[in-house]
Design a binder for this molecule. Structure first.
Ligand SMILES: CC(C)(COP(=O)(O)OP(=O)(O)OC[C@H]1O[C@@H](n2cnc3c(N)ncnc32)[C@H](O)[C@@H]1OP(=O)(O)O)[C@@H](O)C(=O)NCCC(=O)NCCS
Length: 251
């Protein structure tokens, strides 16, 4: 481990920390964690489970990486052993990511290379995010979500369970996907929207459960979308209606 302070840190003996990684004070690193060269771990970070943090990644203050899932937590609580003793499920953060202060990433998550998070982002289990994606401040990704490469998910966006988001998708500030049309009625399964390549969602838009937004759809600010779209539609309003097709000179 490079000269980092590392006093006042708790580091499990069974870790694999590259000697060119920097580990600051007040860090907790659990069993089975692997940290690559030129990784920077800031003050107050906690890393659990089989986390693999690859070369050149920065982890900001007070992030939690490899947070245990609900069932794993039950096991931890019943064991009365320190959480650092559990290996959990793998979480991988690829090369050259910037994970900003306050981000919480659960186990069973894969974050591609050159991704960034803003502050206080939550990314729950069984989520995959492609390379060069940006997840803005205060976004919530509630698990079982796949996001392609080069996503730009802006401040406060909400992505619930079972959503599928392809490549180059833009989600404006506070836009929301939904997965539960009839809320408390248990007989309906949760089904998230499918967002195809190059779709843009305006600020504060809401996409209903199970809706498919075809390639290149543009959703206006504040739209409430309860119908599938065709490729290249621009839709606005509540309920959203087609305003026009994307003009040729916008492409
Ligand atoms: C949908 C959008 C791309 C359309 O842009 P445009 O083609 O230039 O549209 P115009 O401004 O020419 O408006 C055309 C008509 O649509 C209406 N309209 C435009 N956007 C609307 C919206 N979001 N909701 C409701 N109506 C809208 C206009 O009032 C206008 O109606 P009118 O002809 O009756 O006056 C744009 O208005 C929009 O909502 N962009 C999203 C901005 C955003 O949230 N960005 C996030 C990053 S900060």
């Amino acid at each position: 481990m490079e000269k980092g302070p590392k006093s006042f840190s708790i580091i499990h003996p069974e870790t694999n920390i590259n000697n060119k990684a920097f580990i600051d004070d007040f860090v907790v690193i659990g069993k089975g964690v692997s940290i690559g060269s030129d990784v920077y771990i800031s003050k107050g970070v906690k890393i659990y489970g089989k986390a693999i943090i690859k070369t050149g990644t920065y982890i900001g203050e007070n992030c939690i990486i490899g947070h245990f899932q609900r069932n794993q937590l039950k096991e931890v609580i019943a064991s009365k052993k320190p959480v650092t003793d559990f290996e959990g499920t793998e979480v991988i953060i690829d090369e050259n990511c910037i994970i900003r202060a306050g981000t919480i990433i659960y186990s069973d998550v894969r974050i591609g290379a050159k991704c960034q998070t803003g502050h206080n982002v939550l990314i729950r289990e069984k989520t995959k995010i492609g390379d060069s994606s940006l997840i803005g401040t205060n976004c919530i990704i509630d698990g079982n979500v796949s996001i392609g490469i080069n996503a730009n998910i802006q401040t406060g966006a909400y992505i619930p369970l079972f959503c599928s988001i392809s490549n180059n998708v833009f989600m404006g500030p506070y836009s929301k996907l939904t997965n539960d049309k009839y809320m408390l009625r248990k007989e309906f399964e949760l089904i998230g929207p499918t967002i195809e390549d190059n779709v843009s969602l305006g600020a504060n838009s809401i996409i209903f459960p199970g809706i498919r937004l075809k390639k290149g759809t543009i959703v206006g600010a504040g739209a409430v979308v309860n119908k599938n779209t065709e490729e290249g539609d621009i839709i606005v309003g509540n309920p959203a209606k087609r305003l026009k097709k994307i003009p040729d000179d916008w492409k």
